[in-house]
Write a protein of this length. Structure first.
Lengths: 470, 372
């Protein structure tokens, strides 16, 4: 028995060390993100001459892939046409919709077929027709055969006129100054090739004419807890990675790229469900290994709002898809792993992603099962179990509360006392069940990838209630 | 036994670490609630300050000069921000009234005091205020700040100096603009437009000479803010220094086209079939803008260029050339052997027609409203 206990000890230490490292790295990323946010808030204060009309502000193509978005597409496009930016165009790609998406666009914007040359820089599914608006000269619609989101984005890039392209989801809600904010890093540093826009939770907000006019908390508990999750994982962690030039993903909801870079590197892959992440990891791999100076960064300003799942099934589908996307992005670019030319990204960022995010669900669930089973059946000492849960749950709670503190020190989107109290409670409770549930969903995605299930997005229910009213 | 003792020690440490984590969580929650209360109280105080000062500011816009209450240090920043918000959007006599109010309220002294504040946001506010109020007393300090390693502080200082005395500041600002890679070209362009073409023209030839090779193409773009007749001589300075640099050449061609400098036509014609595609692109755009009827064949030849963007610019350019009517465009399209060139012309002709329809619709709408 004594020998058995001594044998089990290494297993316990493995799980303790694993969770300690996981928490430690995220704490480091949050710490790094403080500097970035502080510097960003200072830069935002600089009231330099409004550069909208100087002609050196780079023009932008906003690409909106749309598949069966009849409910919301008109409002989305109307709001995109009201962005405050010097020169930009909106290119909607109707990706073989089977509903009345195209018809609604034609009617709302007086679209007419146009003899436009389709510049094939990357192969896509056939384009049926290109339309231009008689009322909005900076709006075009590409109608094509269905090929998936990545294929639609590539078609948009093929047709883009401008040196910067912004890729957004059809249901993304931008702010009037979103383009200005996301373009700023390109103007500050010419080596910037891609910029991620910060995405916030739209559930519970008031949206009028396609813009968020009032920020609020959702009543749905799943949506509420995702606010904290987005702050922790999608804002401050990404800012931390960005400080290390090791940002692995730019959200498909809102990202901005140099067009020539996308074209040079073949555009978005159509054989993955995580085309947004795969694109960024591929850019890192190619540019880093070729020794080119480049930067991929993240704008901390809340400049894009998106609806998050409010039911378990949609949430499960979404997180499983993200995990499949991660699996594909990492395996398709495994040459970056421990590559001598890859720098910090290869020797820290990529291994972290592999060990703690890709394989993480297996280890984390095993850890919980081992400790809980051990407590029940007696093969784990209670003090070890306490330490384990203190690390696994305690550090997670610390990260969530820390993210809320950073938010309160910077953007203060949720200003009222009741909102802060509610979010504080959620930040504490998030690690007691929700994170573990998400880990299970991620494991589902990992298994799906391993079994090479057909690549589909699965069903995600979206209410889009505010957009219907407009 | 040693193993057990070591294990026990590690377990004790880890248990204490767990306690520390729990205490930290509670402490952070307390800080969050404190910050929320602090920000709410500060927002309420700022609202009161704005409610007191807004009527004063608005009445000063109309020339009603009442006595100005003293601004205490604690309330200075929100008052100055409020003033700055209104000041940005007005010009002329009302702006002078606002500046007068600011001086009487002691903004200059307060801003000078903030120049050395450790908070960059307050420094930026101070710099902007001193520039707007043309405070010559801060000249030396602002000059020092223009050399700051922080690009936003240095750009803000440059802007302020140009507002105080553009003739005196322009050379130093342009020298910095030609050598600092962390300055944002768009912001510099805005500053130069604000300073005026005469001031800019006096400094640009030297600025081009003194710029780093890397930034010279960017500095050339600033020529768009100079006096038209001074542009071409300044361009030749750049071409003398870097005669074989395609980036410099492309920048020169772009300026010639954008500003429409007829003296540059020779240079444009020489480079219309340059080996680098981006030079051909700029030459093609410029040729279409300033070219004569004799240049139409050269532009037509670009319709068969291997680069898509050159074909597009050539087609656009042809459509914009005064000597080329729509009928002529259609003739060119019919006789063009290159399929890609024909497709591009079809697109551009349709675009011109669409533009024409929109212009007609707009004119009709204006005429209906009795405006035309």
């Amino acid at each position: 028995m004594k020998e058995l206990i001594e044998l089990i000890h290494p297993v316990e230490w493995f799980f303790l060390t694993y969770f300690a490292c996981l928490g430690g790295v995220y704490l480091l990323l949050n710490f790094l993100s403080v500097f970035r946010v502080h510097r960003y808030m200072n830069e935002r204060s600089a009231q330099l001459v409004d550069a909208r009309s100087t002609g050196l502000q780079p023009p932008v193509t906003v690409i909106v892939p749309a598949h069966n978005e009849a409910e919301t597409i008109v409002t989305s496009v109307q709001s995109l046409l009201q962005l405050e930016y010097g020169e930009y165009e909106v290119v909607v790609v109707n990706d073989g919709s089977t509903d009345v998406t195209l018809e609604k666009l034609v009617r709302a914007f007086q679209l007419v077929p146009f003899p436009e040359v389709y510049h094939v820089q990357m192969p896509t599914e056939p384009v049926r027709q290109i339309y231009r608006s008689a009322t909005h000269p900076n709006l075009r619609v590409i109608d094509k055969e269905n090929g998936g989101k990545a294929d639609a984005l590539n078609a948009g890039i093929n047709n883009a006129r401008y040196p910067l392209v912004c890729t957004i989801d059809a249901d993304s809600i931008l702010q009037r100054n979103s383009l200005r904010r996301v373009v700023q890093p390109f103007m500050e540093d010419r080596s910037t090739v891609a910029v991620g826009g910060n995405v916030r939770v739209a559930n519970g907000c008031t949206v009028e004419d396609g813009f968020v006019t009032d920020v609020g908390l959702p009543r749905n508990p799943l949506a509420l807890v995702q606010i904290i999750e987005y702050l922790r994982d999608f804002l401050f962690a990404r800012l931390g990675w960005s400080q290390l030039n090791s940002l692995f993903v730019i959200s498909g909801a809102f990202g901005c790229f140099k067009r020539n870079i996308l074209v040079e590197h073949g555009g978005f892959r159509t054989d993955t469900v995580g085309e947004d992440m795969e694109m960024v990891v591929r850019l890192h791999r190619r540019l880093r290994l070729s020794g080119e100076k480049y930067r991929v960064t993240h704008v901390p300003d809340p400049i894009c709002w998106s609806e998050v799942p409010e039911d378990l099934r949609s949430l499960k589908n979404q997180r499983a898809r993200w995990q499949r996307g991660l699996s594909e992005a990492l395996t398709m670019n495994f040459g970056l792993f421990l590559n001598r030319k890859g720098g910090l990204l290869s020797w820290f960022g990529f291994p972290f992603k592999v060990l703690f995010e890709w394989l993480g669900p297996i280890v984390e669930i095993s850890g919980y099962a081992y400790m809980i089973g051990g407590l029940v059946f007696g093969w784990v000492r209670p003090e070890i179990a306490i330490v384990f849960f203190a690390i696994a749950v305690g550090v997670g709670t610390l990260l969530s509360v820390g993210a809320l503190l950073l938010e309160e020190m910077s953007f203060r989107i949720y200003g009222s006392r009741n909102e802060i109290l509610a979010l504080s409670a959620v930040a504490v409770l998030e690690s007691f069940g929700y994170r573990q549930m998400i880990t299970v969903f991620r494991l589902v995605g990992l298994v799906q990838w391993a079994l090479s299930r057909p690549r589909s997005w699965g069903e995600t229910r979206r209410s889009g209630q505010w957009q219907k009213a407009a | 036994m040693v193993l057990q003792a070591t294990t026990a020690g590690i377990v004790d440490t880890a248990l204490w670490a767990g306690v520390v984590v729990a205490v930290l969580v509670l402490a952070l929650l307390a800080v969050i609630l404190f910050l929320q209360a602090f920000h709410a109280a500060r927002a309420a105080r700022h609202r009161r300050i704005r409610d007191r000062w807004r009527p004063l500011i608005l009445s000063s816009l109309c020339g009603n000069t009442e006595s100005v209450p003293p601004v205490d240090q604690r309330n200075a920043v929100p008052v100055i921000r409020l003033w700055s918000h209104y000041r940005k959007s007005i010009r002329g006599k009302s702006a002078n009234e606002l500046d007068d109010l600011a001086r009487r309220a002691g903004f200059v002294e307060i801003a000078r005091g903030l120049l050395d504040n450790r908070n960059i946001r307050l420094q930026l506010l101070a710099i902007e205020t001193l520039g707007t109020l043309s405070d010559r007393g801060s000249w030396d300090r602002l000059n020092d700040l223009m050399s700051s390693s922080d690009p936003y502080l240095s750009m803000a200082a440059a802007q302020a100096l140009l507002r105080i005395d553009s003739r005196k500041a322009i050379r130093r600002v342009m020298r910095q603009a030609g050598n600092r890679t962390d300055w944002i070209p768009d912001a510099i362009m805005g500053m130069l437009e604000e300073s005026g073409p005469e001031v800019v023209s006096s400094a640009l030839p030297d600025a081009i000479r003194e710029a780093s090779d890397e930034l010279r193409p960017t500095v050339l773009q600033y020529l768009k803010t100079a006096e038209r007749e001074r542009v071409y001589p300044a361009l030749t300075v750049a071409l003398e220094i870097q005669p074989d640099d395609p980036e410099v050449l492309a920048a020169c061609l772009q300026v010639i086209g954008d500003v429409a400098i007829p003296e540059g036509l020779g240079l444009v014609r020489q480079n219309s079939d340059h080996e680098r595609w981006f030079v051909r692109l700029r030459a093609c755009s410029a040729l279409a803008r300033i070219g004569t009827a004799d240049d139409v064949p050269a532009v037509i030849s670009r319709l068969s260029d291997s680069e898509y963007w050159i074909r597009y610019r050539a087609a656009e350019g042809l459509a914009d050339m005064p000597s080329v009517s729509e009928t002529r465009l259609l003739e060119i399209k019919e006789t063009l052997a290159d399929r890609y060139g024909r497709d591009m012309l079809t697109q551009v002709i349709a675009e011109k027609r669409a533009q024409g329809t929109r212009a007609d619709d707009a004119e009709e709408a204006l005429s209906r409203e009795g405006v035309a």
